[in-house]
Design a protein around this ligand. Sequence first.
Ligand code: R5P
Length: 297
Amino acid sequence: MAEAESSSGRGDKEFFLDRPVQGSPYTLKGSHSLDWGLQNRLNQIFDPKSGRTVMLAFDHGYFQGPTTGLERIDVTINPLLEWADTIMLTRGILRSTIPSTYRGGIVLRASAGPSILSELSNEQIALDIEEAIRLNASAVAVQVFVGGKMETQSIHNMTRLIDLGNRYGIATLGVTAVGKELTRDAQYMRLATRILAELGATYVKTYYVEKGFETVTASCPVPIVIAGGKKLEELDALTMAYRAIQEGALGVDMGRNIFQSESPVAMIQALREVVHENEEPRHAYDFYQTIKSRFEV
Ligand code: R5P
């Protein structure tokens, strides 16, 4: 039976009248005014301590089938899950292959349509928001082709997902796609990331550019994470991640540079050092070599 305020007879309640009620400001870039559920889901993606994320992306099969390194996700990716803050994948792989004991963030691929055999930018929304909720997604991811043939359609895919996501507290990751015809420089990245943020993306994924990347992160009012792109030498990939983080990115969303590495399990751990601990590339690479040799035994 609940204690009645007037009849408890106890005079020892403590209301801490000398202490103002504490608020807990949410400090993730551009996210302070989001609803509680959305902020809580963003905490599943961005480590609350460092404010950054190592996202492991393996959704490539949604348009290119069994990509090198992803032929057997149960064998190659599941052993890496414990080091990922978040995974980015399709619902098909989540249901069929990822154990439900997985506790990190989940970012579901939500735009799709064409395969590598046709016009890649001709995507539509390919996931119901209720399905995202059912699968306990933290965010949905949508490709946007700023300047591409299907620019308006892809923007509309994103804004529709943002409206639905905001209704239910699911974050939206806007992914700036770089097609053959689109330039990969700071001017383009500023344009694309800013448009996605202005239209409501909760956070944005883009590519790192050597010159002026800090202007891309400065002019985008929400968090930016970088894609890895094609497989690089491990030291080069760690260097790219380091520079991106030091120039304002709040994480990486890497696929091929992890799962196509000579030692994926060492690479994801080395990336964690760069992203969460500000470790310099050379040290992170030494760490990579140490872990690699340990797993070779
Ligand atoms: C591509 O469209 C997919 O969304 C990938 O998740 C993304 O490109 C990241 O993977 P990677 O680091 O291999 O470029």
